[in-house]
Design a protein around this ligand. Structure first.
Ligand SMILES: NC(=O)c1ccc[n+]([C@@H]2O[C@H](COP(=O)([O-])OP(=O)(O)OC[C@H]3O[C@@H](n4cnc5c(N)ncnc54)[C@H](OP(=O)(O)O)[C@@H]3O)[C@@H](O)[C@H]2O)c1
Length: 333
């Protein structure tokens, strides 16, 4: 791939900082790297490949001479600035939810639907973190035996809510242990030593935005509108990696043994499944790694053809930064 002129919008955030790491670790060919954030971060220096780069304030003229921009500054920034970037012939890889369900915008996980990348008209969306790891795990199974219905319960880390959420959990934990009062600003409820069954706001159907994203995005990525999905998303006091309990009902028989063989050949997956030795995926082990880990694989006896499994991956890495870089690596420009 010819070296590119790259920009990161939201470079100072949890995903932006991880993008810098992923670009460096993969030795991604770059002609230039421009970093943008809000006025608050103007002049702050961030390091990539041994070079200190000053963060600039994002403006409408930020995209002149940029080939590809990673957007990781939230949906409202994407809605305002991504169309401006596209007008400047810059390809946008958007981490926010702004365009994911737009029919002209491909929603891509390279292990699952890389063919969709070529359909882009300037913007390519990267899915929600909890969706990405689920579809990587489900794709090889769905290709063998169509998924009719699935129930997912997630246990999501605080880094999924951004850099300030990580700090809030740290400070709140220390305050509680020291018996001191704590004023929270990110989470509605205490996150330390707790489990909050709400991520994003509730819709009229009593599902949260995160739960609806898992359902709608999965159908779009897997190109199967008939799939029935119900998700419950829970925030837990873990710094990194989302864990998911998934029960799947298939159209025809798919044994746990066959699923193991399918996972062994599938891209981006590592099976960690030996209950006799208490081996299964853990958030601490998945943290800072690229793969999606699958374990606790077993028959779900409540339906004719069913499997239950436990799926863990680093939400900031495969769930965001790495997936975005893989999209660019698969983009033929
Ligand atoms: N965290 C995850 O695991 C994850 C996974 C998948 C998708 N995402 C999505 O990725 C995006 C970023 O998430 P994050 O977790 O990295 O959030 P974050 O840690 O809160 O970072 C937000 C970034 O956006 C910048 N920003 C905020 N307002 C801006 C503005 N008006 N103009 C320019 N830059 C602005 C911030 O800059 P300042 O530092 O200057 O405020 C910061 O760099 C969100 O859309 C999120 O939904 C996150």
């Amino acid at each position: 791939m010819a070296p590119k002129r790259i920009a990161i919008v939201g470079a100072t955030g949890a995903v932006g900082m991880e993008l810098l790491k992923v670009l460096e670790q993969r030795n991604f060919p770059m002609k230039t790297l421009s970093l943008f954030a809000s006025a608050r971060s103007k002049g702050k220096k961030l390091n990539c490949k041994g070079e200190n780069i000053a963060v600039q304030e994002l403006t409408a003229s930020s995209f002149k001479g940029i080939d590809t921009a990673f957007f990781c500054a939230g949906a409202s920034v994407s809605r305002q600035f991504a169309p401006i970037a596209v007008k400047n012939d810059c390809v946008v890889i958007d981490k926010s939810s702004a365009f994911r369900m737009n029919k002209d915008v491909p929603l891509v996980v390279p292990e699952v639907n890389p063919h969709a990348i070529a359909l882009h008209k300037g913007i390519i969306a990267s899915p929600n973190c909890s969706t990405i790891q689920m579809v990587v795990a489900l794709k090889p199974l769905h290709d063998y035996s169509r998924i009719k219905r699935l129930i997912a319960t997630t246990f999501q880390s605080v880094s999924g809510a951004g850099a300030r959420a990580i700090e809030e959990m740290k400070s709140e934990t220390l305050a509680i242990l020291a018996g001191k009062p704590f004023n929270r600003s990110i989470f509605k409820h205490q996150i330390a030593f707790n489990a909050i069954p709400q991520i994003d706001v509730f819709g009229e159907d009593a599902y949260t935005g995160e739960e609806t994203k898992m359902s709608e995005e999965t159908k779009k990525i897997m190109e199967d509108d008939a799939m029935k999905i119900s998700a419950t998303c829970v925030r837990i006091p873990v710094f990194r990696s989302h864990s998911e309990s998934i029960n799947v009902e298939f159209e025809k028989e798919l044994t746990a043994e066959k699923a193991r063989k399918l996972f062994a050949k599938a891209p981006g997956i590592e099976l960690q499944d030996d209950v006799s030795r208490q081996i299964y995926p853990l958030a601490t082990i998945a943290a800072n790694k690229d793969l999606v880990y699958v374990g606790r694989l077993r028959r779900d006896n409540t339906v004719k053809y069913g499997l239950a499994m436990w799926v863990v991956s680093d939400n900031v890495r495969k769930g965001a930064a790495l997936n975005a870089v893989q999209i660019l690596e698969n983009l033929k420009i």
